[in-house]
Design a binder for this molecule. Structure first.
Ligand code: PLP
Length: 423
């Protein structure tokens, strides 16, 4: 057998080039460390909801009946007028690139609609459209935060917050959300943590995972501190249209002095049941909007044209369906809160917004992840441990009630039965 000698020489960082002696003209690149990735992604983790969904689906594949209360997306179909606008756009050939920050008509109608709902004036140039709300968590953070900068964010909070801070090289500084405070920021902790290195404060109202709404007085307190330390505010308001009760939720951008340091993050996924269309937007001062537009240009290019056209229809079309869906969520919320409070060992506040409840399960004395796993295996109810949203989520579960009342009732009965023996 002919022996093959391998020559190695350093060519590119992390790679070697091997040359078979009998055919030196044919170079074969061999990666020395195929699993060596840039430091900035070393802490990336899967979102808890997708991990539990995968486990639930594996059980379903074995024939188990699982009730899904883990993934946070509307169970309603996209409203037909919106879907048909998208279909017509595709059929009529509106499938080319658009300007990276969005179709002018969409930016204009978002500026008008989002501004009116918050009681502020927004110009179309302040609006940047992207594929979902998520880009407006990442891209403004990339534009503003660098090494040495601290970013305050809610814990428990949407998992992407910590991730985007780490990706941009900043230092994540969690502020606890406390049950005794209706899951608003713990302002004492906040005051102790904000300092001259704080570059950005991330807020989420109404909140995922708690459903909490930050009271206007707390927003004013946070804004005053942001002004004192000249920090930016990122207000994730994706659940702004899902608020129960008459008062609604205040946008920090509507408070005096708020607009010039606030990035509003919002989108169509929750309000219009358009999660899979990928459509969201950010509203921010023009100079920052230009930079975020550039980041979009060089990352996603633009948002799907027909999706944007469907978005115009969503805002211009009838809004009664949004209200009807919200009323249905409220009935489900009331059902699940009452049902959870009837289970010995569980206590649950009545959240004012979004479609999540965050029951306290500390009485069971188990880590939340273990309890969530037990409920999946024993009761066939898929839900998330509070710790999927940060360390301060320990002792809680997150349940998404975007499911039919029949399924919610069945899940409550199964949970009550499974938890009976645990206390
Ligand atoms: N922000 C929060 C608080 C969310 O819960 C979600 C989705 O679950 C998002 C942002 C992302 O929204 P989108 O799907 O529009 O990117």
């Amino acid at each position: 057998m002919q022996s093959v000698r391998i020559y190695q020489c350093e060519r590119l960082p992390g790679t070697t080039v091997s040359i078979a002696s009998q055919n030196r003209s044919r170079f074969v690149a061999v990666n020395k460390q195929p699993d060596r990735f840039a430091n900035r992604i070393s802490r990336l983790q899967e979102e808890g909801a997708y991990a539990i969904l995968a486990q639930a689906q594996a059980l379903e594949a074995q024939g188990r009946d699982i009730i899904h209360l883990e993934i946070g997306q509307p169970d309603f179909q996209t409203f037909p007028n919106i879907s048909m606008a998208g279909v017509r756009a595709i059929a009529s050939g509106q499938t080319r690139y658009t300007p990276p920050p969005g179709i002018p008509e969409l930016r204009a109608i978002i500026a008008e609609d989002a501004g009116r709902r918050r009681g502020i004036t927004v110009s179309p140039e302040q609006v940047v459209v992207g594929p979902g709300a998520k880009p407006f968590l990442l891209l403004p953070t990339m534009a503003l935060v660098g090494p040495g900068d601290e970013v305050i964010y809610p814990d428990p909070g949407f998992p992407s917050y910590k991730t985007v801070i780490e990706l941009s090289g900043g230092k994540p500084v969690p502020v606890p959300l406390l049950e005794e405070n209706d899951f608003s920021f713990d302002l004492e902790a906040f005051d102790a943590l904000i300092n001259e290195n704080t570059r950005l404060i991330i807020l989420n109202t109404p909140a995922n995972p708690t459903g909490g709404v930050i009271p206007t007085a707390d927003l004013a307190h946070i804004l005053a501190a942001a002004e004192r330390y000249d920090a930016w505010i990122m207000a994730d308001e994706i659940y702004m249209r899902l608020v129960y009760g008459d008062d609604g939720a205040t946008s920090i951008a509507a408070l005096a002095g708020g607009r010039k340091r606030t990035i509003i993050v919002d989108g169509f996924s929750k309000t219009y049941a358009m999660a899979g269309w990928r459509l969201g937007f950010g509203i921010m001062p023009e100079a920052l909007a230009e930079k975020v537009g550039l980041l979009l240009t060089h990352s996603v290019g633009c948002t799907a044209t027909f999706t944007q056209i469907a978005g115009i229809e969503a805002l211009a079309g009838p809004q009664a369906q949004v209200e009807a869906v919200r009323d249905e969520y409220q009935r489900r919320r009331d059902l699940i809160v009452a049902g959870l409070n009837a289970i010995p060992g569980v206590t649950c506040q009545t959240p004012q917004g979004a479609f999540y409840v965050f029951p306290n399960v500390k009485r069971f004395g188990l880590p939340s992840a273990q309890l969530a796993d037990y409920l999946l295996q024993e009761a066939g109810v898929a839900l998330l441990p509070g710790t999927a949203f940060g360390d301060y989520g320990e002792g809680y579960l997150r349940i998404c009630y975007s499911n039919s009342r029949e399924n919610i009732q069945a899940a409550l009965e199964r949970m009550a039965e499974a938890l009976k023996t645990m206390i």
